[in-house]
Design a protein around this ligand. Structure first.
Ligand code: NAI
Length: 472
C-alpha cells in the first residue's frame, strides 16, 4: 500500500501535540503539521515555552520543529496537503441541552469533519484520535458524504484512540503497550488500516499493533478508562476501611497486587482520580448505557464516580475534624495542585476540591506546585479566589498549622523513595516554623509517616489509621 507522506493533526492539545511530535521524530520522512484554532497555543508550541509540560517532550519538539514538524493556525492548508488527518480535538462533557452532564460534546469533532469535507481535493484517511462515543464514525461518515463537494474524493475513517497517560506521555508514545486501529470491514477500510499500521510499525512492534472493527475500537477507549477509574475507586473504598480498622492500604495493596490475576499497578490509594478523561469518559459510558435502557449498567459505572467524589470530600472532612473541627483563619499549606505528578494539567484535579473545601471553612490556604502557574490556579478556583500562591514548600508552610499533600510530586517524597538526588524537604526545619500542634495530611501516601511523627508532627495518611491511633 502507498506510504503516508503528509499528516495533519487537528488539535494541538495534550494529545495532538505529544502524539504527533513523537510521530515526526520517529518518521523523518513524513511531514507532520499540527494545527489549532488557538493562536496562543500555536505560538507557545513555536516558542521556547511549550504550552504543556511532559518529561522529554521539549527535546523531541525542538529536534524536529521546522524540519518535518510544524505548528500552525493555517488549518485549511494543512488539511489540503494531508494524506491522513488525525482529529485530536477536545470532546468535553456537554453542559447544556440533551444529555447535559453526561453526553460528549461533539461540536468540535463535527466542525473539524466539515472542514475536511469542504476542503479536500484528494482522497484521505481520517482518524478519530479524540475519545468519542461508540459509533461516532457513523456520524462523521454521514457528514463527509453529505458535504464533500468533489466527486471521486474518497474518505476512509479509522478509530485510533490514544492511551497515553499525562506525565509519562513521551514514554507511553515511544513504547506503547498497544496501538489500536479500528476500521470498517471493507476492502478500502482494511487498506487504510494497513497504511496507518505501517506508520506506527516504524517504531512499534507489529505484535503490539491491534486491528479491530470500528465500533470495538471506539468502545475500547471508554472501556479502558472506565476499568482504570474503577480500580482507583475500588482502592479508595478499601482505604476508607483501613482508616477505621488499623489495616494499612499499602500493605493490603501489596498483598493483593502479588496475585497475578490482579497485578500490582493502579493500586495506590490517594485522593481518587483526576484529569480530564476518566470522569468524562465514564459519564459518556453511562449516557451510552442509558440511551439503550441498560439502567443497571449505568448505575454500576455511576457508582465509580460517586466513590471518587466521596474520597475527596472525606479527606477534607478528615482534615477539619482533626484540626479540632475548625480551620477558620488557620494557615494551611497545600502542596501540589496538578492532578498528578509530572504534569502541569489541573483539569479535575482533586486539589481543586480540597482547596475549595478548606477555603469555604475560612482557612488561609497557601498553594505551592512546581509546575502550575498562579493564573492557572485562579482559573480553576474561580470564585474561591482568596487563596495565596506560594513559590516554595517552605514559604507555604511558614507559620502554618497544617501541611496537606495533594499531588504526588517526587520533590515532596523522601529522597530515598523518589530515587532522586535533589534535596528532599527538610521537615525538621518546616516543623520548627509551624504552629503547634503541627499537622501533616498526606493525601497521596508518599511521606515517611514514622519519621514525621518522630519530629513531632501529627500525621494522617490516606488509608492508614495512624492519627486516630496516636490521638487515642
Ligand atoms: P485539549 O483541550 O488539550 O486540546 C484540544 C485542542 O483542539 C484545543 O487546543 C482546541 O483549541 C483544539 N480545537 C478544537 N476544535 C478545533 C477545530 N475545529 N480546529 C482546530 N483545532 C480545534 O484536549 P486533549 O487533552 O488533547 O484531548 C483531546 C482528545 O483526546 C479528547 O477527546 C480526549 O478525551 C482525548 N484523550 C486525552 C488524553 C489526555 O491525557 N489528555 C488521553 C487520551 C485521549
Amino acid at each position: 500500500s502507498e506510504p503516508i507522506q503528509s499528516i495533519c493533526c487537528i488539535g494541538a492539545g495534550y494529545v495532538g501535540g505529544p502524539t504527533c511530535a513523537v510521530l515526526a521524530w520517529k518518521c523523518p520522512n513524513i511531514c507532520v503539521t499540527i494545527v489549532d484554532i488557538s493562536q496562543e497555543r500555536i505560538d507557545a508550541w513555536n516558542s521556547d515555552e511549550l504550552p504543556i509540560f511532559e518529561p522529554g517532550l521539549e527535546e523531541i519538539v525542538k529536534s524536529r520543529r521546522g524540519k518535518n514538524l510544524f505548528f500552525s493556525t493555517d488549518i485549511d492548508a494543512a488539511i489540503i496537503a494531508a494524506d491522513l488527518v488525525f482529529v485530536s480535538v477536545n470532546t468535553p462533557t456537554k453542559t447544556r441541552g440533551v444529555g447535559a452532564g453526561y453526553a460528549a460534546d461533539l461540536q468540535y469533532v463535527e466542525a473539524a469533519t466539515r472542514r475536511i469535507a469542504l476542503l479536500s481535493t484528494k482522497s484521505k484517511i481520517i482518524v478519530e484520535k479524540s475519545t468519542v462515543p461508540c459509533r461516532t464514525a457513523e456520524s462523521m461518515r454521514a457528514i463527509l458524504d453529505a458535504t464533500s463537494p468533489r466527486p471521486g474524493v474518497h474518505f476512509d475513517i479509522l478509530s485510533n484512540p490514544e492511551f497515553l497517560a499525562e506525565g509519562t506521555a513521551v514514554q507511553d508514545l515511544l513504547k506503547p503497550d498497544r496501538i489500536l486501529i479500528g476500521a470498517l470491514n471493507t476492502k478500502s477500510g482494511k487498506l487504510a488500516q494497513d497504511r496507518l499500521a505501517n506508520v506506527y510499525a516504524t517504531w512499534v512492534e507489529r505484535s503490539a499493533i491491534i486491528t479491530t472493527g470500528l465500533w470495538s475500537s471506539e468502545l475500547t477507549k471508554l472501556a479502558a478508562n472506565a476499568l482504570l477509574a474503577q480500580r482507583i475507586s475500588s482502592i479508595s473504598s478499601l482505604a476508607a476501611i483501613c482508616e477505621k480498622t488499623g489495616a494499612e492500604i499499602d500493605e493490603v495493596a501489596r498483598g493483593c497486587g502479588k496475585d497475578s490475576r490482579l497485578g500490582p499497578h493502579f493500586l495506590k490509594a490517594g485522593l481518587g482520580f483526576g484529569g480530564s478523561c476518566f470522569q468524562k469518559d465514564i459519564f459518556n459510558l453511562i449516557y451510552l448505557a442509558e440511551t439503550f435502557s441498560l439502567q443497571p449498567v449505568a448505575d454500576y459505572w455511576r457508582q465509580v464516580l460517586v466513590m471518587n467524589e466521596w474520597t475527596k470530600a472525606s479527606f477534607s472532612r478528615t482534615i477539619i475534624r482533626h484540626m479540632f473541627s475548625t480551620v477558620s483563619n488557620k494557615k494551611i499549606a497545600l502542596l501540589g495542585f496538578a492532578f498528578k505528578k509530572d504534569t502541569g494539567d489541573t483539569r479535575e484535579s482533586p486539589a481543586i476540591s480540597i482547596a475549595r473545601d478548606l477555603l469555604v471553612e475560612g482557612a488561609e490556604v497557601y498553594i505551592y506546585d512546581p509546575k502550575v502557574s498562579e493564573r492557572n490556579m485562579r482559573q480553576c478556583l474561580g470564585a474561591f479566589s482568596n487563596f495565596h500562591f506560594s513559590s516554595s514548600v517552605e514559604a507555604a508552610a511558614l507559620n502554618a498549622s497544617a501541611v496537606v499533600v495533594a499531588t504526588d510530586w517526587d520533590e515532596f517524597k523522601p529522597s530515598s523513595s523518589s530515587g532522586k538526588t535533589a534535596a528532599a524537604i527538610d521537615w525538621t526545619s518546616i516543623y520548627a516554623n509551624m504552629n503547634r500542634p503541627a499537622f501533616v495530611f498526606d493525601g497521596r501516601g508518599i511521606l515517611d509517616t514514622a519519621a514525621l511523627q518522630n519530629i513531632g508532627f501529627k500525621v494522617h495518611t490516606v488509608g492508614r489509621g495512624n492519627l486516630v491511633d496516636t490521638l487515642s
